[in-house]
Ligand binder design. Structure first.
Ligand code: FMN
Length: 510
């Protein structure tokens, strides 16, 4: 990354700046060198934000940042400035920067169909409007104005270039930068429109008369060129801005690109790309019957044990249970009683009612809420010391109220070793394994179904914890485990169904 070297040679450092996923591009922040390394800032001191630039093209964002670094280092605000790896590009950038500092014309033509040649920097499902205008028609360098509108706020940006395409790219980069900083403002007056341009016209390189160029840095990382043009306004000094606090926490946004994009893609929006409406009443009876069976079934297992509904100890009042609950409370080595374990299952995944469809299909409803009643989760119990229950892996079948023995070779030491907490797992009498059944909600919720399944597992896990606390048991949630191992252990493929959470259960120490 030679442009980074150039920025460092100028005495500054670059930090990636996380953009919301609705903005498609890369942003960089210019920071003092002592803030070069992304790390947690233990002092809580804010990081000075010397400049911020964004573009759909990472190198372009870095070039703009290098120019801002050079400007800060050299002063001379009355010059246009360009920084690049090669002198040729630096000259073009300096020229463009100088052109951009002149007063823009006030008469514009609407630029339509621009997105056929230049990609929009905005996620297509974002509820905003982006309009572009082409200014000036007198053979001088073209200007493009871009306006991003959302409700009654807007972002306006100008770009100037030696071609319309270049000017458009600059205007969109500037929109991206301002949007990255959330710099929305009240609507401004529109320019005077004198027509429409369909598509982006091919442009010629326009060499402005009277441009005076000088190379001010030619060393590590690249070249910096200044350009003086008659009639340019000085660039205002940047105000002393501070980076948002989370810049000190954020790592490289590239590393979390998929989850950020996923979240964006799974949003419900007011405009379009929302979820298709599903009228459950109009589903075919067979489909409805299928929905009424949100279970796995290990009917051919050797051993099936009913959940005893009698014999559990009395429940503490909710208030007492929740106040006493502590994940890391010491566990005793005494075995759990099957009746207590059954009570926990009853109060979390037990069927507590039914919904009836018009054609008489009964949809089971459970103690814990579930998105659309689809129950996008399954529970397994790894029993180690549960009095009355065969040690091994059991599937919890809420429909039939049984525990189905899936495997009796559950090596508990091995299980413990595949978590980050072998010692603690070694104290537990049983482990509840939460499987997100993503496929159960996908047909209805699409990408959002993934969120639903995780949220549901969280709901059920909380019910397990609350019920266990009400019985005076210790329940310790655990998300630190080796995914592939647990997926294999309970027999799910890890993609359509996957283990997402564990809860250790044990008797409390007296
Ligand atoms: C989603 C989730 C994941 C957790 N994962 C772990 C874990 O991997 N290891 C662990 O020791 N505790 C884990 N915990 C327990 C928390 O550390 C614990 O809830 C927290 O320290 C607060 O303590 P409390 O539950 O006693 O109030 C997890 C809790 C939740 C809700």
């Amino acid at each position: 990354m030679t442009l980074r070297t150039l920025i460092e040679a100028l005495g500054f450092a670059v930090r990636p700046y996380p953009l919301p996923a609705r903005l498609r591009g890369t942003a960089y922040a210019l920071v003092p060198t002592e803030h070069r390394t992304p790390r947690l800032e233990p002092s809580g001191a804010a990081i000075p934000l010397l400049a911020l630039t964004a573009s759909q093209e990472p190198q372009a964002a870095l070039r703009l940042l290098a120019a801002r670094a050079a400007q800060l280092r050299l002063g001379d605000p009355e010059f246009g400035i360009g920084a690049a790896v090669t002198r040729e590009v630096a000259v073009r950038e300096a020229l463009r920067d100088a052109l951009e500092r002149r007063t823009p014309p006030t008469v514009a033509r609407r630029l339509t169909a621009w997105s056929d040649t230049v990609r929009s920097p905005l996620h297509p499902a974002w509820d905003v409007q982006l309009d572009c205008h082409l200014y000036g028609d007198d053979g001088s360098a073209p200007w493009v104005g871009a306006v991003l509108r959302r409700d009654d706020r807007e972002i306006r940006a100008f770009g100037c270039g030696t071609t319309v395409r270049g000017a458009l790219g600059r205007a969109l980069d500037e929109v991206l930068t301002l949007a990255a900083e959330d710099r929305w403002s009240a609507p401004d007056k529109d320019p005077e429109f004198v027509g429409e341009v369909v598509g982006v016209p091919e442009g010629e390189w326009v060499e402005p008369v009277g441009a005076e160029l000088r190379t001010v840095h030619d060393g590590p990382g690249g070249t910096v060129v200044q350009c003086r043009l008659p009639g340019i306004a000085p660039r205002p000094e940047p105000a002393g801005r501070l980076a948002p606090v989370d810049l000190s926490l954020a790592g490289d946004p590239e590393l979390t690109r998929i989850s950020r994009t996923f979240h964006e893609n799974s949003k419900i929006r007011a405009a379009f790309r929302t979820l298709p409406p599903v009228d459950v009443d109009r589903l075919a009876p067979d489909t409805r019957r299928e929905l009424a069976r949100p279970y796995r079934d290990y009917g051919r297992t050797r051993t099936e044990q009913p959940w005893p509904v009698q014999g559990a100890r009395p429940l503490l009042p909710l208030d007492t249970a929740l106040r006493r609950r502590r994940s890391a409370a010491p566990m005793s080595r005494r075995p759990l009683q099957l009746a207590d374990m059954a009570r926990v299952l009853e109060l979390s995944v037990g069927i507590t009612g039914t919904a009836r469809t018009p054609d008489g299909v009964e949809l089971p409803l459970r103690a814990t809420p579930s998105a659309g009643g689809l129950c996008s989760y399954d529970l397994f119990v790894l029993a180690r010391h549960v009095e009355g229950l065969t040690p091994g892996v059991h599937y919890v079948h809420p429909g039939r109220r049984v525990l189905q023995l899936v495997a009796d070779d559950c090596p508990f030491e091995d299980v413990a070793a595949h978590t980050g907490y072998a010692g603690r797992v070694g104290e537990a009498a049983a482990v509840v394994v939460f499987v997100a059944a993503f496929r159960r909600g996908r047909w209805k919720y699409g990408e959002r179904g993934y969120r639903m399944a995780l949220i549901e597992c969280g709901h059920v896990a909380q019910s397990v914890v609350t019920a266990a606390a009400a019985l005076g048991l210790v329940a310790h949630p655990l998300a630190g485990f080796v995914d592939d191992y647990f997926d294999r252990l309970v027999g799910v493929n890890g993609t359509d169904d996957a283990v997402v959470h564990l809860t250790l259960l044990g008797e409390a120490q007296a």
